[in-house]
Design a protein around this ligand. Structure first.
Ligand code: SAM
Length: 251
């Protein structure tokens, strides 16, 4: 039997009838062909997950009544935050989906020297994040922030993993071998407190000047993601996974 569908809402849960939006009613009624008596699961990022039972539903809306709270809301940890340079539409939307699945609490686009996009469709990325949260059984949806200059983005966190794909010789391909950052397993093994965020650069990478400043930043934890140069959207997913394995819910 198919599990009750999950839907995100901003409304409070557990008290009184829940009014379905027309969009929700269309999805539940027309797509899933559910009617009165069917259960749905609602979550709002604050009160865990509740089972509601459809009382009335039609093409314009409907109503559901609370049955029970199925899952408690864990205390928000506030991390990891993903600091990333906006990419073309497809890869940016992929980052929104995969970062949600990997437990990012906030997506903070940062504008670096080589970032080729300074705008993101917040509403579209939020919709993608909601769908990903509903599908992966998360109890929250990451915040999607407006893009800010790199330094402003870094100021929103106390510490961050700096995914540095290169060495310290700017005239060498990918910065050469000198000063290459350590691999996550070793670097993370040397820290006790979990970094607040992971930082991934744009398609064109960080400039030598940006890299020098980031490497000199005491709040940064530079790591290499291995010998291959990953696409930014791949690097974001890998970095969040490594973070969860060492500091989060994959540990
Ligand atoms: N530096 C290359 C360039 O100039 O085209 C590639 C940048 S890469 C496509 C985008 C971002 O992903 C990098 O800035 C870095 O943050 C991250 N990244 C990719 N591969 C990586 C690796 N092997 N180690 C660490 N970070 C990596």
């Amino acid at each position: 039997m198919r599990p009750a569908p999950r839907m995100f809402t901003r409304q409070d849960l557990g008290e009184g009838a829940y009014a379905l939006s027309s969009e929700q009613a269309r999805y539940l009624g027309r797509v899933l062909r559910l009617g009165p008596g069917a259960d749905i699961r609602l979550f709002n990022g604050r009160q865990g997950e509740w089972v509601y039972r459809l009382a009335r539903i039609d093409g314009r809306g409907g109503e559901a009544m609370p049955v029970e709270q199925r899952r408690l809301q864990a205390e928000p940890s506030g991390k990891p935050v993903l600091l990333f340079a906006p990419l073309k539409r497809g890869p940016t939307e992929l980052i929104a989906q995969k970062a949600t699945e990997m437990g990012a609490v906030r997506l903070q686009p940062v504008i670096t020297s080589r970032t080729n996009r300074d705008q993101v469709r917040i509403d579209r990325l939020h919709t993608i994040a909601v769908e990903a949260a509903e599908q992966c059984e998360r109890l929250s949806v990451p915040d999607i922030a407006e893009p800010v200059p790199l330094d402003d983005g870094l100021r929103t966190v106390e510490s961050y993993v700096f995914c540095d794909e290169a060495g310290d010789q700017p005239n060498e391909p990918w910065g050469g071998e000198m000063g290459r950052a350590g691999l996550a397993d070793r670097v993370f093994g040397e820290v006790s407190a979990s970094p607040d965020a992971v930082l991934v650069g744009p398609e064109g990478g960080f400039t030598p000047d940006e890299r020098a400043r980031l490497r000199a930043d005491p709040r940064a934890l530079p790591i290499s993601l291995g010998p291959r140069i990953l696409r930014a959207e791949t690097a974001a997913l890998v970095a969040l996974t490594l973070w969860q394995v060492r500091f989060g819910d994959l540990a």
